[in-house]
Design a protein around this ligand. Structure first.
Ligand SMILES: NC(=O)c1ccc[n+]([C@@H]2O[C@H](COP(=O)([O-])OP(=O)(O)OC[C@H]3O[C@@H](n4cnc5c(N)ncnc54)[C@H](O)[C@@H]3O)[C@@H](O)[C@H]2O)c1
Length: 325
């Protein structure tokens, strides 16, 4: 049988696909290789995946149903699980480019649900949500029963809309689904639009780093290997329900750090001090994130193992090698 991984050329998709291949699964990776960030990164990830036995790539835009169905058509009888990670990511990008979220997130998620309906052997659909659904919630850590009806960006709104669409499809068509709310994921092969990546690139190149606010905002930075373990753990545990088989989980490190601490760790790993270019806080930014992972620990056997102190040097090592090529 085959696992469809959408967003396979993306940061998390690449790592998830690798982990699934490691345990002998057959993976159909799908992506539209868009130019939101340096396509060299997506090409580099894909090149590695395509060398591996059990992996095949299909190019498709999930925002267009016919193209999506045509790309997956031959494999449809074999697809028994989906890990849906393709999306337009980025909170700040959604301020200036709201339309990008219409196609990839609103339409894209619905199209994946429609594809799922047509798969006769589908056992489980796992999809990416985000800590941003908690908005500016001050009740921390963010628990699954916190209110999620006050998104502070269109990105967050699109992720919450995805969850609601999935809940409706679980109820209407009994498609077993698990939504995972990821908290600030970082690591090798990461996304250049994220602060840890930009800071590393700027510090090593001797450029000032843009810091929005005083650096006391905190994030529950989560190492990508821990996220992958959570995704695979969830995939192996489809929800069981005769009415609406759908569950949500937080995947975070349960150990928030400030932006100032992040900068310190990057400075140490780079062996160089940062020059800060201080800018006003951005309107969509939230002051703090922190995952309550008690249910993920209990139900998914999820245990984050990588402290920021260990993960950042690993990222910087990878970055130095990647930037040299
Ligand atoms: N990285 C994080 O910190 C984080 C946090 C919360 C949630 N998430 C979510 O996790 C998922 C993966 O994020 P990531 O960090 O790997 O981002 P990413 O941008 O590296 O990966 C997303 C991939 O999806 C592809 N894609 C986008 N739109 C598409 C479309 N219309 N059709 C086909 N492919 C498309 C992109 O080309 C990209 O390769 C996303 O759903 C994102 O919203 C990520």
């Amino acid at each position: 049988m085959t696992i469809l991984v959408t967003g396979a050329a993306g940061f998390i998709g690449f790592h998830v696909a690798n982990a699934l291949l490691d345990r002998g699964e057959t993976v159909l990776g799908l992506d539209n290789l868009n130019r939101y960030y340096d396509p060299k990164l997506k090409a580099g990830r894909l090149e590695q995946l395509e060398r591996r036995q059990g992996f095949r790539f299909v190019y498709a835009d999930i925002g267009r149903f016919q193209a999506l169905e045509a790309a997956a058509y031959n494999d449809m009888p074999k697809i028994d699980r989906i890990v849906h990670l393709a999306a337009q990511a980025g909170v700040r990008h959604s301020i200036d480019h709201p339309q990008d979220y219409l196609q990839s997130n609103y339409a894209g998620h619905l199209n994946i649900l429609e594809l799922a309906r047509r798969l006769s052997n589908l056992k489980h659909l796992v999809y990416a949500s985000s800590s941003s659904v908690y908005g500016g919630s001050t009740a921390i850590p963010f628990a699954l029963d916190n209110p999620v009806d006050r998104p502070t960006s269109l990105y967050a709104a699109s992720k919450r809309a995805n969850e609601l669409a999935s809940i409706s499809y679980a109820s209407l068509y009994r498609i077993p689904q698990t939504g995972l709310r990821f908290f600030t994921v970082y690591g090798p092969w990461g996304r250049p639009d994220m602060a840890y990546y930009r800071f590393t690139a700027d510090i090593l190149a001797g450029r000032p780093i843009p810091v929005y606010g005083d650096g006391t905002q905190s994030r529950d930075f989560t190492y990508v290997e821990d996220i992958v373990a959570g995704v695979v753990g969830a995939l192996d545990r489809p929800p069981i329900s005769n009415t609406a088989p759908h569950r949500l989980f937080n995947l975070g490190n349960d150990k928030p750090n400030t932006l100032n601490r992040l900068i310190e760790l990057i400075e140490d790993a780079c062996g160089k001090k940062a020059v800060r270019d201080v800018k006003p806080v951005q309107p969509a930014d939230v002051p703090a994130t922190w995952a309550d992972i008690s249910e993920s620990r209990r139900e998914l056997d999820f245990t984050p193992r990588t402290a920021l102190e260990d993960g950042i040097p690993r990222f910087v090592d990878w970055y130095r090698g990647f930037a040299k090529d």
